[in-house]
Design a protein around this ligand. Sequence first.
Ligand code: PGA
Length: 258
Amino acid sequence: MKKRTAIVVGNWKMNVTIKEAIRLVTELKGMLSGKQEVEVVVAPDYISLHPVCIALQDVKIGVAAQNMFWEDSGAYTGEVSAAMLLDVGCSYVILGHSERRQHFGETDQQVRTKLKSALDQDLVPIICVGETLQQRQKNQTADVVERQLSEIFQGVNYISGDDFIVAYEPIWAIGTGNTASPEQAQEMHGLIRKKLAHIFRSDVAEQVRVIYGGSVTPENAGPLMKMPDVDGLLVGGASLEPKDFVRIVFHNEQEESE
Ligand code: PGA
């Protein structure tokens, strides 16, 4: 048994309408008893956040936003603040997803500013880091991820391991069907924890949850979660199919009955 509570987060990205979002959570509610050991979180788009939060009011499924802006309020057309996410009922926010970096030019500095704003509002950020295929092939993986962590956490003080989550998401694994092997994931998760001990303290690094994302399926969830430093999963594609998502949530039970 790991001492950190496992967490499985479903990132729906820009894939569902409000009606489909409600159908998804209704099915999930029917399949999850709330007694599972794993913490379950869904991340709808901004538009579906409100109806999803209302639909999940009476159950133990958390809600995350997929992004946010760093200011609390003001003339920022099209943006949504941490305070607004808290108001709608979110407890988590995904920050620095590689798709935001790739398509919207988001930088580590911007992720840092967002992170500080989320922490100020007691919203738990799920901070994404990870290397490209080219960087991995050039043996730059450790350097790239360590640099991302240094940049993102620069000037962040007084943090506890409960205040945030780090998601290791190798870019080459996202939406490609090429999952990192459990050993590759463990190597990077161990390195991330070591780096966090260096940036903060060892107790923060021991307590923080480091989760894996990139082509997670019901088949590979169990072997990935067996790794000592893999504390959870960030699931994209497979989270849109409730049966698959629930099989990922119950990866332990599934393994035991095999
Ligand atoms: P995927 O996405 O599971 O579809 O690879 C993961 C993610 O982007 O978080």
